[in-house]
Design a protein around this ligand. Structure first.
Ligand code: ADP
Ligand code: MG
Ligand code: MG
Length: 252
């Protein structure tokens, strides 16, 4: 198992937000996390990443067989966890180009490598754009495309996305979704490692482009239901989140 979360309970600002979460993601699998606003989706994401405000009061998180519950965020990233934030911070004084060099382990005084230049072009960034400060004054779509580009520089073993489709127009959603597909590639076209991921999304368009192995519905800090993504999504579309939880397809 690549990621193994057992009996996880998390408090944020003194409030119990996650209550007894159990979730396992195997190598090569992509899971989808669904759920109403305020259910705790971003909390789970930031807890896996190890943000210190998210206080683990019970349970464990294992990654590649190692207990990472008490590791720092930097240590988790080092182990192969990559993230695309819902609202990433801007970094004044650091250009997109330089950040891409750092993330793809290049020397800062060398020109950005051809693979990254090609990917930048594919994500509709021109050369001038690469010299802008990271996320500073970027549009919603530019922020998301830039996050994906940074992840493509890192190619993490496990990548988490927090609503990569929110605030992005249809045309860019397709572009982002297809590159998320590259990051979670099961066909091993890029190299020999099996990539895995966790995708938090509204019931969006993005799932038409990214194939998911399993979906989980998070409600009120608990996983209410897990199962086949297409079936769960159809239930939610028809009957809302409560309808899904009550349906017969759920593997409790
Ligand atoms: P979701 O991503 O599913 O919409 P969140 O994980 O963002 O839900 O939030 C779950 C609950 O935890 C909400 O009630 C939210 O207000 C609370 N919460 C999350 N992060 C913080 C924080 N940093 N400080 C205080 N409350 C928080
Ligand atoms: Mg995969
Ligand atoms: Mg959220």
């Amino acid at each position: 198992m690549l990621l193994e979360i057992e009996n996880l309970a998390v408090e944020v600002a003194g409030k119990r937000v996650l209550k007894d979460i159990n979730l396992s993601i195997d190598e090569g699998e992509t899971h989808v996390l669904l759920g109403p606003n305020g259910a705790g989706k971003s909390t789970l994401f930031l807890t896996i990443l190890g943000f210190p405000q998210y206080n683990v009061v019970n349970g464990t998180i294992k990654f590649k067989g190692k207990d990472i519950t008490n590791l720092t965020t930097a240590e988790r990233v080092q182990l192969g966890i990559g993230v695309s934030f819902q609202s990433p911070p801007s970094i004044r004084g650091v250009s997109v180009r330089d950040l891409l060099k750092i993330e793809s382990h290049q020397e800062i005084n060398e020109p950005l490598n051809a693979r990254m230049l090609e990917l930048a072009q594919k994500l509709k960034f021109n050369d001038e754009f690469l010299d802008r400060d990271v996320n500073f004054g970027f549009s919603g779509g530019e922020v998301k495309r830039s996050e994906i580009l940074q992840l493509l520089a890192q190619m993490p073993d496990f990548t988490m996305f927090d609503e990569p489709d929110s605030g992005v127009d249809i045309e860019n959603v397709e572009l982002i979704a297809s590159e998320i597909g590259t990051l979670l590639d099961k066909d091993l076209k890029h190299d020999s490692r099996k990539r895995s991921g966790l995708l938090i999304t509204h019931l969006g368009y993005i799932l038409n482009f990214v194939s998911a192995d399993k979906a989980h519905v998070l409600m009120d800090g608990k996983i209410a239901c897990s199962g086949n993504p297409a079936e769960i999504i159809e239930d939610i579309r028809k009957e809302g989140f409560n309808g899904c939880v009550e349906c017969a397809q759920c593997i409790k």
